[in-house]
Design a binder for this molecule. Structure first.
Ligand SMILES: Cc1cc2nc3c(=O)[nH]c(=O)nc-3n(C[C@H](O)[C@H](O)[C@H](O)COP(=O)(O)O)c2cc1C
Length: 202
């Protein structure tokens, strides 16, 4: 797809079919996403990719059975892949302590940073993953890990030092004939360039 069309037509998918996604396709999409910009080329982005029983364990911890009856998007639970997106602050501190970056002072610790480049990098890579998935004909949803984050981290052995950005559900969208309930936020008007740009002065 042409880039402009990919950007214009990407929407969050919250209703998936249960047909699986090839590991090779996921790896290809992640390789594409890893081409996103990265401060000092630190590349401190990681994904915990959950499929099969591990994906089921994720949902058991995040949305226990007794709460599923009232969950607004049951089709989200069919997504064959849930990838948790992480940023590694320590990798950035270490990278910026290297000789070519030492003059920035950012190697002194996370408190030296005005903007968390680890979050920015991981966000850019995650966004690129969403676009790459859409371009490949998959659906994707970036969503918050509202519940059970600590248990989920413990269960899957995630190091404490990593920052959890959120989760990306990936899979084939459910058939177009199924009426997908859209997110509440979707009805909000999209801001246009005029609202965003402050020309020459705030
Ligand atoms: C940081 C972030 C957190 C989000 N969290 C959720 C979420 O928890 N659940 C959800 O259904 N959508 C979530 N979304 C998706 C937004 O609701 C969605 O991007 C927005 O309504 C615009 O719709 P579109 O991306 O389909 O154009 C999140 C998006 C971002 C960027």
């Amino acid at each position: 797809m042409e880039l402009r069309r990919v950007i214009e037509t990407r929407r969050m998918t919250r209703d998936f079919s249960d047909s699986p996604v090839d590991d090779a396709l996921i790896a290809d999409l992640v390789d594409l996403a890893a081409r996103a910009p990265s401060a000092g080329k630190t590349q401190g982005w990681s994904l915990l990719v959950l499929t099969g029983a591990a994906r089921d364990a994720y949902w058991d911890l995040s949305l226990p059975l007794e709460r599923r009856g009232t969950f607004a998007w049951p089709g989200l639970l069919r997504a064959p892949v849930v990838a948790l997106s992480f940023a590694d602050p320590d990798a950035y501190v270490a990278r910026y302590a290297e000789p070519d970056k030492a003059h920035t002072g950012l190697g002194g610790g996370v408190d030296k940073w005005g903007a968390p480049y680890w979050t920015i990098d991981a966000s850019m890579a995650t966004m690129t993953l969403l676009l790459a998935a859409h371009d490949a004909g998959l659906g994707a949803l970036f969503f918050a890990v509202f519940n059970g984050a600590d248990e989920i981290r413990r269960h899957f052995g995630v190091p404490d030092s990593l920052q959890l950005l959120g989760a990306v559900a990936l899979g084939h969208p459910a058939s177009a004939t199924r009426d997908e309930r859209r997110g509440v936020s979707a009805a909000r008007p999209r801001r246009r360039a005029n609202d965003i740009i402050h020309p020459n002065r705030w």
